[in-house]
Design a protein around this ligand. Structure first.
Ligand code: SF4
Length: 248
């Protein structure tokens, strides 16, 4: 079984290769897409996380198969690599050691435990890891509602600053945008420490989505990122609103 796989659909816009180290995620984000992907309920998926069986042995095998491949491996799409269980399991740390040993390009996407991320920064530097932080809100009370088990906004901003200072390539997943005003605020607060932005809208929550003027947000976010000289990618589902606006 290959544990490094090629994501499809929207996930492909993030990375050509990915690997999920844990099954389940206790961050419990209200917008979480993982239960639907895994054909389970949010209640079950968020209740506990567990290491995937034999994951490090299988990752080692896959990295040998991928020797010389320049595509980047993302940890992880369906769970957070720095969720509480990482404190005892250290799967993410060991996975980074494996990809580093084989000199494979890699990236991490997290909104997890700051202390664990700080501990791994030296390793990330050696492994040339691109550190991605999910950050969609500037107000921590809003963050607590949508991402109850994840780290605080201030902690994520501090991580970006420290990683940037340490010479690690930093990027932000500004997705899912739920509150456009807060999303723009995040950019203003973090842009000095962020090398790349990936911006995407909320999906699969019709009642919340309908309350946002996505065409306006797209226009505003591109204007701001361009003004700041930032590098960015707008995901296709948000980009499609430019076409709709142009047709009006
Ligand atoms: S961190 Fe990701 S996988 Fe975990 S609950 Fe939140 S959206 Fe789902």
């Amino acid at each position: 079984m290959n544990v490094v796989y090629e994501p499809r659909g929207r996930a492909r816009e993030y990375s050509e290769l990915a690997c999920n180290l844990y099954r389940g995620c206790t961050h419990g984000c209200r917008y979480c897409y993982a239960p639907a992907c895994m054909r389970t309920t949010g209640e079950k998926w968020h209740a506990k996380a567990e290491p995937r069986k034999d994951i490090l042995r299988l990752l080692e095998k896959d990295t040998q198969r991928l020797k010389g491949d320049t595509r980047s491996i993302l940890f992880c799409f369906l769970s957070d690599p720095y969720q509480p269980l990482e404190r005892t399991e250290r799967l993410t740390r060991q996975a980074l050691e494996i990809v580093s040993k084989h000199r494979l390009n890699n990236q991490v996407l997290t909104k997890g435990s700051p202390d664990l991320i700080y501990e791994d920064m030296d390793l990330m530097k050696d492994a040339r890891t691109q550190l991605g932080i999910t950050l969609c809100f500037s107000d921590d009370d809003t963050r607590k509602y949508w991402e109850p088990g994840a780290s605080a906004v201030e902690d994520r901003l501090a991580i970006l600053k420290a990683a940037h200072k340490a010479g690690i390539f930093t990027w932000v997943s500004l997705e899912p945008v739920i509150d456009p005003v807060q999303a723009l605020d995040v950019i203003r607060k973090a842009h000095k420490y962020v090398r790349f932005w990936k911006v995407g809208k909320l999906n699969h929550m019709k009642t919340v989505e309908q309350g946002v003027d996505w065409g306006k947000f797209l226009c505003d976010v591109e204007k701001l990122l361009t003004k700041l000289g930032a590098k960015y990618y707008i995901k296709n589902d948000l980009r499609s609103f430019a076409v709709k606006s142009d047709r009006k």
